[in-house]
Design a protein. Structure first.
Length: 596
């Protein structure tokens, strides 16, 4: 059996058929739960759908000890499953296991996609006329990779041209590289022909693509504008291409039928499946807005704390701040009974026990007792998942459900809190979170495995993903900070982040290890020793912990060797050149060279 002839659905079905033949103990021993999860990640399939396939097959093998899902004959439930069952039902279990191992070990080779941006008037004219064989001259890279039939995203550029700029369409390579050296001044240049298949009436602007996080930084198309030539060809990873097509369909629905004609069924399913998008953060908690529970999350250094500091400018007495950590407890957060030595009227020292408020009880007391309920109070929790948040909140967890007015839907009995927050000291009164108290929390996605936040806890928060935008105006100065000979922080970080993303794409359970714009402040970036101890150490010990030679020179065996090599290079030479492997270093400086 040649698995390359099988569709993704057929591969999943064959794996499910094999596991349906095993009894309960055998299935568990051969890791069905992990196999199901891996296939869901690999083929972008819902785990429940894969389990349904298995259930249908289970019903065909009554001796496996599982009831399965027998509602009606298999051919009336799913024709593909019926075909797979009929074709392989007589294949021995041993032979089927070999095929299953091949399928599970198979590394998916993504389709090759490209993006091209042009400002050449003649080329633009051919594109807008939807010319069958539009000639794209001036290409000098990827000569051996461009093949006939490959899909190309087309963008129009130029400085105030007569045409509308942006992502304008999609084409298919109709003629592979030819006429190399046609320009005597640029002997590496060659031409390709592209058949224009899809032309948008209104080009998609870069800013419109910002929410599509996996489409970010596609050369010439996405919002990434630094170090970009006016006419450029670039290879586009399959994951990015799929995200871009999803964006095109959502932003310009009229193009969906044409996109469907350009891709196969498996790719279309991936385009139409769940996608990750950024959410624009709008502050609705100032003035008269109701209180909420807001969780800001993103990569380290993206600016979560900075955002809170700038957007929630209130008097110090209206805000409490706390940082969660592994040793932080409910008693630290809410409060605890502590001994206190006091003097009597006779001057004698006596020990009394009193409740000392934690930050939650302290800010709750202020919010409840403010005579003006429009005054908003804030409890800021930094690094929420570095502590055991559900345990730290304890019975307060019940208060996180809020009604439309921002008040707790439910109340709890807590004598210690009630005695502190109510002016009459009535311990029997129920405790609640008022509508003028907002909880703001931050969480690094790189730390998500420190303490996992369960679904019940997460759904009580309004979760906001902070965009890691290296190219906004406000971040320009940070981007342009020189960290090495002729290398800017932005050029370095953006490329390393791309490599981190690619490195972890096939690794189940890996968190987002990208570096944020402000992973280090500008004054630290220019300090060679601090850069090494923070950025290089993070990449060695964390982002590429399992395989440091993925980005570093293979001759560097230990962290101290990395530091010593980096620090030994004088200011006239590139220190990064000495510690990074050739592929990574060339990738960082590649666009700069291409533009010169």
């Amino acid at each position: 059996m040649n698995i390359s002839d099988l569709s993704q659905k057929e591969k999943i079905a064959i794996v499910c058929l094999y596991y349906a033949r095993l009894n309960k103990e055998e299935s568990k021993k051969e890791g069905w739960a992990n196999v199901k999860k891996e296939m869901a990640e690999k083929y972008i399939f819902k785990p429940t759908t894969i389990q349904n396939y298995r259930d249908v097959f289970d019903a065909q093998y009554p001796d496996n000890g599982r009831k399965g899902w027998y509602q009606k004959p298999i051919e009336k439930q799913n024709q593909l499953l019926a075909d797979v069952f009929d074709k392989y039902k007589n294949t021995s279990t041993e032979e089927l296991k070999k095929v299953v191992n091949e399928i599970l070990m198979e590394t998916l080779e993504g389709e090759n996609y490209y993006s091209i941006k042009t400002k050449d008037p003649e080329v633009v004219k051919g594109i807008l006329a939807k010319k069958n064989n539009t000639v794209f001259p001036g290409i000098n890279i990827l000569e051996n990779e461009i093949k006939k039939g490959q899909l190309v995203f087309i963008a129009l550029g130029g400085d105030k041209p007569e045409w509308d700029t942006g992502l304008v369409g999609v084409g298919i390579v109709s003629k592979e590289p030819y006429d190399k050296g046609y320009d005597p001044n640029k002997k590496k240049n060659f031409k390709i022909n592209v058949q224009i298949k899809l032309l948008l009436e209104n080009p998609i602007k870069r800013d419109e693509l910002i929410p599509y996080i996996n489409a970010y930084n596609i050369h010439g198309v996405s919002p990434m504008t630094k170090s970009e030539a006016n006419q450029a060809l670039s290879k586009v990873g399959e994951k990015k291409a799929i995200a871009l097509m999803r964006g095109m369909i959502e932003l310009r629905p009229e193009c969906e039928p044409e996109i469907k004609e350009l891709i196969d069924e498996d790719t279309l399913r991936r385009v139409k499946s769940v996608t990750q998008k950024l959410i624009k953060i709008e502050n609705s908690y100032h003035g008269n807005g109701p209180g909420e529970n807001v969780l800001l999350y993103g990569v380290p250094g993206v600016g979560k704390s900075h955002y809170i500091e700038n957007e929630y400018k209130v008097d110090d007495d209206k805000m409490e701040r706390v940082i969660f950590h592994p040793d932080y407890l409910y008693s630290d957060f809410v409060g605890q009974v502590m001994p206190s030595v006091k003097k009597t009227k006779d001057g004698e020292s006596v020990v009394e026990y009193e409740f000392r408020m934690g930050p939650f009880t302290s800010i709750l007391k202020k919010a409840i007792n403010d005579s003006n309920p429009e005054n908003m109070y804030y409890l800021v929790i930094e690094e929420l998942n570095r502590g055991n948040a559900p345990a730290i909140f304890g019975d307060i967890f019940q208060l996180l459900d809020r009604d439309e007015e921002g008040r707790s839907k439910f109340e709890i009995t807590n004598y210690d809190i009630a005695e502190q927050v109510y002016s009459d000291g009535d311990r029997t009164r129920k405790v609640y979170i008022p509508s003028n108290l907002t909880l703001l929390a931050t969480m690094n996605t790189a730390d998500q495995n420190v303490f996992t936040l369960d679904t019940a806890f997460q759904r009580r928060w309004n979760m906001k993903l902070m965009p890691n935008d290296f190219h906004s105006e406000e971040n320009q100065e940070q981007y342009d900070t020189l960290i090495d000979k002729d290398i800017k922080w932005g050029d370095f970080a953006v490329k390393i982040n791309e490599i981190i993303t690619e490195f972890n794409e096939e690794r189940i359970g890996f968190s987002d290890k990208r570096m944020g714009v402000y992973f280090m402040m500008a004054n630290d970036l220019t300090n060679k020793e601090r850069f090494a101890s923070k950025v290089l150490k993070y990449l060695w010990d964390d982002a590429f912990k399992m395989q440091p030679d993925h980005i570093f020179d293979s001759d560097i065996r230990q962290l101290e060797d990395l530091f010593e090599t980096f620090m030994s290079v004088d200011g006239d030479e590139s220190a990064l050149r000495e510690v990074l492997n050739d592929d990574v270093y060339n990738r960082i400086i590649g666009e700069l060279d291409e533009d010169e």
